[in-house]
Unconditional design. Structure first.
Length: 189
């Protein structure tokens, strides 16, 4: 009986090491009651495996560590899979929005790095993206920026999934660069 909880703790320790967790924001909130104010904390956490899975969660509690723990649990439960090109960038440019927040996420060549601000950078680092250019407009609220980024990630598709949906081959979707250029030149002459 004593071996069960120990194994569970060891498994949780291994789980923690395989996930990248980024604390995006902590906010102190107050509830006004008869005797004065009661303070609590809300936390926003991004969790990912660095290989194409990422999630976000928010948690509230009276103490900061408890709020972070709750947010981390929610982030792990709500993970989504994102298809990456060569494991380093996106297949195409994507737009996302949530509320007043708008984000533009663009694929980038090798060596560009992560060019993104604040909460968006945390999402891309946890996701395992190495080359991306992103811009956010409309809001600087971390919650809305993260949700807009996740909207963009969910609108990102791999060529294989698009080809399967259309009933075509991947080469037909991507096209061959050598064939596309002469066809364009013959049409203009």
């Amino acid at each position: 009986m004593a071996r069960g909880p120990r194994r569970e703790r060891e498994r949780e320790g291994r789980e923690e090491s395989e996930f990248v967790e980024k604390l995006v924001s902590i906010n102190r909130v107050a509830k006004v009651v008869k005797g004065g104010r009661r303070f609590g904390f809300s936390a926003l956490v991004i969790a990912g495996d660095g290989k194409g899975r990422v999630g976000f969660g928010s948690g509230k509690a009276r103490e900061v560590p408890e709020a972070i723990r709750k947010a981390t649990e929610r982030a792990r439960k709500g993970m989504i899979r994102v298809h990456l090109r060569e494991g380093r960038t996106f297949h195409h440019d994507v737009l996302g929005h949530f509320g007043a927040g708008r984000v533009v996420v663009r694929a980038a060549p090798v060596g560009t790095g992560i060019i993104a601000g604040g909460p968006m950078r945390a999402v891309f680092e946890a996701l395992g993206v190495h080359d991306v250019v992103a811009k956010s407009t409309g809001t600087s609220n971390p919650h809305n920026m993260v949700k807009a980024t996740f909207d963009a990630l969910q609108n990102s598709f791999s060529p294989r999934s698009v080809a399967a949906r259309r009933g075509r081959k991947v080469s037909e979707i991507l096209g061959r660069r050598g064939e596309a250029e002469p066809a364009a030149q013959t049409g203009t002459e």
